[in-house]
Design a protein. Sequence first.
Length: 94
Amino acid sequence: MLKISKLPKVRLLELRTELENLFERLGYTIIYGQGDFKDGACQVQNEQKIVINKFTPLDLQIDFLTDTLSRMDLSNVYVLPVIRELLDERITLL
């Protein structure tokens, strides 16, 4: 089991980048902003968007991205083993 909260910041940034790359291949745009809002996914004028509060801690950003991915059909997409492990853990929790 991968303990995200225990990983160093450099590794968290690498994981987030890999998740961002996966979302990009799926046709999503990730937007980091600031404000009084929670992270979320939405569709705006036929464009898939993921909005993340840039002040949300990295481990929680990764949790949100992983949770969102766990609800998608990824059967036709290559997913790195470390990301697949995160997804499998998330699905197990649901």
